[in-house]
Each structure stands twice: as structure tokens, then as C-alpha cells.
Design a protein around this ligand. Sequence first.
Ligand SMILES: Nc1ncnc2c1ncn2[C@@H]1O[C@H](COP(=O)(O)OP(=O)(O)OP(=O)(O)O)[C@@H](O)[C@H]1O
Ligand SMILES: [Mg+2]
Length: 256
Amino acid sequence: MHTVVLATQKGGSGKSTLAIGLALAAKKAGQNVRLIDTDPQGTLSNWQSRRGIAEPMVETIYNVGRIETRLEALARGGVTLVVIDTASGVSATTAAAIRCADLCLIPARPSITDIEACAATLKAVRGWQKPFAFVLNQTPIRGRRIDNAALALGDGAAREMSDVLAQPFIAMRNDHQDALACGLAVSEYAPTGKSAEEIGQLWRWVEARLGATASKPAAFPDASFPLVPVAAQSGETASAPRAGWGDGLAPWDAGL
Ligand SMILES: Nc1ncnc2c1ncn2[C@@H]1O[C@H](COP(=O)(O)OP(=O)(O)OP(=O)(O)O)[C@@H](O)[C@H]1O
Ligand SMILES: [Mg+2]
């Protein structure tokens, strides 16, 4: 059984949306999936109430000491994938979830404030020597802003970009909000839509990463974080003005 934890201290980054999306994409791919909601806000639990379908089951665990034993029981019961949603902020429950993770996914919107907010989560993940990857979420369809965010995350983690930056980026689209509003995942709400396609591809990336990390222990070099997004253009010196986040090419609502 694999355990994937969605965590970042920044609120509204997409932890719950991606947890649901990935869980349903994995279920569609044949996994026996359980969702665990450790956020007292209850986003996953509320979603399941609206859903009115038992599968995939959502369990709430707010007690730090229960996570590990529950995961052991689920593994014995034949669950193959557990996706844990965590609350924003830094809490003992989130730390306990991270400690049990086979892979931590850290969602970030492509803005400097979101990326700066990843630092605390990254520190906890590194503390437990857990494999991790950032997921750029709510991105405009195209634009330099995304590349800048991707560069900042990759540099901040001081790892190969292909290891730490999940693919594809998840664009901002109404399908995600509309699906959750009616207790569905994007793969159910609009199975042939772009959002479902991206989430399906993201699941395949996560699945491959889970396979890879099982055979390769992670290395954790130290790096200062957060950092300033670096311009990709050649010829700039390190102290030269960096590229801005706003690129004037794609409005934030380009993907709606
Ligand atoms: N790719 C996306 N496209 C459009 N809307 C999105 C996307 N991802 C998330 N959202 C919306 O952004 C809002 C925040 O998402 P979500 O609740 O998943 O974040 P969160 O990190 O779980 O927040 P919290 O920290 O409060 O638990 C929600 O309204 C959600 O529907
Ligand atoms: Mg949430």
C-alpha cells in the first residue's frame, strides 16, 4: 500500500481538490483507494456527504496517534492507496501524516507568496526524509509566470526539476470547482475534459514516482528556501533584475 499526503501550510492551494482528483483517477486506474481527511474544516467529508456514494470511502482522523495504526489496518485490509488531505498551517496531525507518507505532494499556485509558504512544509518533509514533489495548481493556461514558479520551486528544493516538480501542471478551470460542488471528481464530472486529462496524467506521474522512490532512497541536500524566481534568459548576471511574476501574456482567468 502507498500513502500519498497532500500538504502545504498555505490555505487554498488545492490540497483537497487534488486529493479528491487523484484518489478518483487512481480508483479509475484500478487502485483500491481510501481518502483520509485530517482537516477539521472537513472538505473531504463534506464532499462525500454531497456525493451520496460510499466509494471511495472518506475517513476522518484528527487524532495524531491514530494515523499510523489506521494505515497499518488499511494495508492489511487490502487498500492499495491512501490519499491524506491535511489542514493548512503547521500542526502535529500534518506532521504525523507526513511521517507516514510514501510521497508528499506540495501544491502551490504560481505566485511568490504560495511558493514562500512551501518552506515550512518542505522543512517538515525533509526532517522526515520523505520523497516529495510540488504540484503547480491553478495555473493560467500558458505564460512565463508558470515557468518562473517552476524554476523557483526546483531551485528551492535543490533537486533535479524532474524529481521535484510533478507533471503536468494543473490549470485553473471551473470543472474542478463544479465537480466538487456536486460530490464528484473531475474524472466523473467531465471525463473527456482537459481537467480530467491533466489529473489522470498527474496520477500516472505520481504512480511512477511511487514506483521509483520504492527502489531509490531520496537524497536531501540543504538549500536555502524560499528564493527569488530566476529569469530563464541567458546573459543575465545573478544580481540582475529577475523576471517578474506577472508576464502580461495570460490573464489569471485564461483557463476558465
Ligand atoms: N485547478 C483548479 N482550478 C480551479 N479552481 C481550483 C483548482 N484547484 C483548486 N481550486 C479551487 O480553489 C479553492 C481552494 O482549493 P482547495 O480547497 O482544494 O484548497 P486547500 O489547499 O485544500 O484549502 P485549505 O487550506 O483551506 O484546506 C477551492 O474553491 C477549489 O475549488
Ligand atoms: Mg483543504
